[in-house]
Design a protein around this ligand. Sequence first.
Ligand SMILES: [Mn+2]
Length: 445
Amino acid sequence: MVDSPRKKIFIIHGKGRIGGEGEEVGGDLDTIASNTFYGVWCRGLYARDFQRSAVYGQDYEFDFVNYHEGLAHLSKHKGCDLYLPDFPLDAIPDLVGDVEFLAEHDAHLVRIDDHHPWTEAAREQLNSLVERGLLDTFYLEGPMKGEEIPKKQQVCGADIIHREFLLNTPFDNPGLAELRRLAHIQDLHIEFDNLALKLSKLIASGYPKVDMVLRLMEISCFEDIQNILISTGWDKRIKTYERLLSQAVPKLDENLVLLAFYKPVSTSTLDQTAQIQFMKERLGWLRFLLPFTNLIKNDSQRFSYIRWLYALRRNNVIRIVMALAPYRAEHEARINVAGAIEYVVTKVTMDYFFYCYGSFIMTTRNVNDPERWLDLSLLMPFIGKQGDGGHKEAATCKPGDNQLFDADRFGQVKPDNFLAYCQYIAGKVSEFSGLEIKTIKKIGN
Ligand SMILES: [Mn+2]
């Protein structure tokens, strides 16, 4: 009989209930699928190499790491091996310190696998951890920060874990492969899929994530994943959540602000004549108002008039909608960013959505800007602080952590100072991107 290996701890991102303690917050389909694959691999390994079932709690377990909260709390897993998938390194404030601390407690970090934008500094840190024997392997398969990978070549966390641990092994099956596909198209915003959306809603509803992973580990064929909502009763839970959510979302109307920015008139020249020409070419049907320009004698007024026309066209303006997460009573649904967007897009057209939990957290999405004027993974550290970020099209920051943040004014963002707060954020966006502010105004009721 071979000795069993060290217990394996697989890490889900977000918060979750363990042994009746804690609350379910965060997490997404990618982290759930990644951990499902780890669980399936671990079980398969025990069956193959030790001819016995892997026992949950004894041989393997899931735990949580929340963004920005570090890894130190994992030191309780003395004598265990840790696996961290789908986690942006920037979101670990002191990676090296934490990993050293874990090693002192005999908790060994085996792998880090990620697909978020990375920096050279982070890669060097990981390399040095590997050299020192504090980490076995890592994969950073996202783009380097500020760079881009074509959509077709992008991978999500679940892609990496599936490829490394299940693909071409007897542990894999078409149901798990389908789960990988769902995580992929959902996480990378490739296409809309109803089942992927429902599974994400189950997570948003606060369903226990460990239970969800343990159940998904039971998938053994394609039909299993197709029927999973019914066979588990998750469909009822999701329906209830959707009903509660639809009751809650109109509250968003109370604090919705539109920030409009002029699309840069010309990137290459400051020459006013050239700028006017640039704008004239982008007036579309508003061109018929151009003759009035001749009535204006003053140069700068003429310029203002043409720019006013220019910005009348939706195409020439970048629109960010900001919303304040409403106060939520115990029985009400938590409105996550996806739920908020689903509602707000029915009210107003936008390129970006910035969802504010007070000034504590701001979660941002590119909703409909194919030109991607804003790289959110770079904008976030500018509004919050270094370490904030995410993807180009989906990222999060903590505005209150910014060195220049006025905590007296915005320490508590409430309905009565939300507009002023939006003006502050608009200023940061403008400062970061060079985009000039056109208007900032309340919308909704
Ligand atoms: Mn992911």
